[in-house]
Write a protein that binds this ligand. Structure first.
Ligand SMILES: Nc1ncnc2c1ncn2[C@@H]1O[C@H](COP(=O)(O)OP(=O)(O)OP(=O)(O)O)[C@@H](O)[C@H]1O
Ligand SMILES: [Mg+2]
Length: 296
């Protein structure tokens, strides 16, 4: 039986001056699925997220969420409808503790401002206590209880990323959008992340749309994958098919045609005797925006 469409994007087009960042992009995310959005650096993946969350205003196209047209809603109203995201460059506030960060995120659904909560204004006290209890549960779920009272800025990068995800979950979303959740993580942390994502899908029935360069993670957790190249949809399908798609392989080699990207500088990688071909979708070194290198 086909699942309900939670997110439907129709003909999204985004331009900055002469640069066509997204070009007639359409995609669908069905409820309870983990969907990957992949593509070479600069393909338009983060811009797509920014359009879906209302940060960028595309020149064309429509976004439907949970059966409603949200194309003209501002970011906070889309968030209230159940869209949550993490950031490529982390959304945690370094000066706040892990608990404070999670509680700050919760105020999106608290019905009053974070400041009113902190000042203990009339009517907020009881709710604030509930939020603190929920925050403690989320923190425990993500294994952050030992660092709950530490300032986020003093924690290792992988832990701050986990905190970022806990914050997104604290808004009680229907759909979680993750922008490169595995970048900067150790292989062990990336493996644990895969387990967490599957658990969020299987136990909490969460729908996840995920940008990711880390191929083992994409292949491991995604039910379906969209591939972007130069703002256009190159192809879509199940991870196994995508992994072997010649145009996908070519697009990645084209984007990474530099030393180390491929031993022969651009031919399609051959399949190993006992497994799938080496997927060339590997981060190409430190990113232009300063975030750490990936681990693939
Ligand atoms: N606010 C903006 N103003 C001008 N150009 C922008 C803006 N945001 C994005 N772009 C351009 O849009 C293109 C796509 O960028 P985007 O960050 O969406 O790519 P990406 O697929 O997320 O890449 P990466 O894998 O490196 O994160 C790039 O050429 C980028 O410079
Ligand atoms: Mg990006």
């Amino acid at each position: 039986m086909s699942r309900r469409q939670l997110l439907k994007v129709e003909g999204l087009s985004l331009r900055f001056g002469g640069l066509q960042v997204l070009d007639d992009l359409s995609l669908t995310v069905r409820e309870g699925r983990i969907v990957g959005l992949i593509g070479p650096n600069g393909a338009g993946k983060t811009s797509c997220f920014n359009c879906l969350t209302g940060i960028y205003r595309p020149q064309g196209g429509r976004v439907f969420f949970d059966g409603k047209d949200v194309s003209h809603l501002p970011t906070h109203r889309r968030a209230r409808r159940g869209i949550a995201r993490t950031w490529q460059n982390l959304g945690v506030i370094d000066a706040l503790t892990v608990t404070e960060n999670v509680m700050l995120a919760q105020h999106q659904r608290a019905g009053y401002s974070a400041l009113a909560g902190m000042l203990g204004l009339a009517g907020t006290w009881h709710r604030e206590r509930e939020l603190r209890r929920d925050a403690a549960e989320i923190i425990e779920y993500f294994g952050l209880e030992d660092v709950a009272d530490e300032r986020a800025g003093e924690l290792p990068y992988g832990v701050r990323k986990t905190c970022d995800m806990a914050m997104a979950l604290a808004t009680d979303p229907k759909m979680l959008m993750l922008d490169e959740p595995a970048s900067g993580l150790s292989p062990e942390e990336a493996l644990a992340l895969g387990t967490t994502l599957r658990e969020l899908r299987d136990r909490l029935r969460l729908t996840i749309l995920m940008i990711e360069h880390h191929v083992p993670l994409v292949a491991d957790v995604c039910d379906y994958v969209y591939v972007l190249n130069f703002g256009r949809l190159l192809t879509e399908g199940e991870p196994e098919a995508i992994q072997r798609h010649p145009e996908v392989i070519a697009a990645y080699l084209g984007g990474a045609a530099e030393p180390g990207a491929g031993s022969d500088g651009g031919t399609v990688p051959v399949a190993a005797a006992d497994g799938p071909p080496d997927w060339p979708l590997v981060p190409e070194g430190p990113h232009s925006d300063g975030r750490p290198d990936g681990t693939a």
